[in-house]
Design a protein around this ligand. Structure first.
Ligand code: BMP
Length: 210
């Protein structure tokens, strides 16, 4: 359904189950985000297969030197995803290179995270990470829906940038509060794919967040 602000985080390693859940919730979501569990469990071609259902964002949280990022971007691009997620902390030379090189996919940068340990280093450095992301020309950023204070600061500092936000549902955040704090899309995993009826859970979440 167009207009949905939901990104399904499909963190399950089994290929058939992943495809089945993606298909079931597809009327209610806009994107599918995949992470290492599914890439390692099902192989990288799952990117292409899921892309037939919804645009895929590859959450590999890339953090490496420019040359290695180019090599990884080549392999990902072959499977035609919508986007890829990298860490901002690697610095603007790396992110700029990834953005310049990834002409066929959007780059998202992580500027703060949803888990408590993000406050050890990342959260206090968020303004610098946002500067790196901005300087690098990324399409979007990842920032936590369960930390609305941080999220609204990201929105203020990046009024035009797409913000995608994990941390609601299983991690305790309120999806609607995330949207009100500035998220364009909320990323939701376990509370959809672990639900007794993922399709119905997605339908209800769409109602709450529309
Ligand atoms: P869940 O809704 O099951 O908690 O899943 C959240 C998803 O978002 C996971 O794929 C996780 O890796 C990702 N994520 C996160 O939870 N916090 C962050 O700060 C960044 C993430 O990418």
């Amino acid at each position: 359904m167009s207009g949905s602000r939901i990104i399904l985080a499909l963190d399950i390693p089994e290929r058939e189950k992943a495809l089945e859940i993606a298909q079931a919730v597809s009327p209610y979501i806009s994107y599918i985000k995949i992470n290492w569990p599914l890439v390692l469990g099902a192989g990288a071609d799952i990117i292409r297969d899921l892309g037939k259902i919804k645009p895929v964002i590859c959450d590999l949280k890339l953090a490496d030197i420019p040359n290695t990022l180019r090599l990884i971007a080549d392999e990902i691009s072959k499977r035609s995803p919508f986007g890829v997620i990298a860490h901002a902390f690697v610095g603007s030379d790396c992110l700029k290179e990834l953005v310049a090189y990834s002409s066929r996919m959007k780059v998202f940068a992580v500027v703060a995270m949803s888990h408590p340990g993000s406050s050890d280093i990342m959260d206090s450095q968020m303004d610098r990470l946002i500067d790196i992301a901005r300087l690098s020309g990324v399409y979007g950023v990842v920032a936590p829906a369960n930390k609305p204070g941080l999220l609204s600061r990201v929105r203020k500092m990046m009024p035009q940038t797409v913000i995608i936000s994990p941390g609601s549902g299983a991690q305790g955040g309120d999806p609607l509060a995330g949207i009100k704090a500035g998220a364009d899309f909320i990323i939701v995993g376990r509370s959809l794919y672990d639900a007794a009826d993922p399709r119905e859970a997605a339908r209800q979440l769409l109602t709450v967040t529309s």
